[in-house]
Design a protein. Structure first.
Length: 106
């Protein structure tokens, strides 16, 4: 009987790997958490200027509200967006474009 169970396990695993499980494969990963990063901008400064900064100093970035930003998952750009203000003090991103190589082909 153990052999039959092993064969069924292989068939089920084969169906999942081939994407023939009726969508259960995707449902199984819906709750997986991942880190999403937004590249807000950059600044150019000397090492001396950086070392001379004190607590509370501000590094001005080369982006402002409305500017385009990249949305990154696992070091890969997956979308583009624009910086928006959220509430009084928050910053968010409005998605404007999904990276072409991130969308699966039909």
């Amino acid at each position: 009987m153990a052999d039959k169970k092993g064969i069924m396990d292989e068939l089920i695993v084969g169906k999942v790997a081939a994407g023939q499980d009726g969508g259960h494969q995707i449902a199984a990963i819906n709750n997986v958490q991942m880190n999403v990063s937004v590249i807000l901008g950059g600044a150019k400064m000397s090492v001396a200027a950086l070392l001379g900064m004190e607590r509370g100093a501000v590094i001005e970035l080369d982006k402002k509200l409305g500017d385009p930003v990249s949305i990154v998952i696992n070091d890969r750009v997956v979308a583009k967006g624009s910086l928006v203000q959220v509430g009084e003090n928050g910053i968010g991103v409005t998605l404007t474009e999904i990276a072409q190589d991130f969308v699966p082909a039909n």
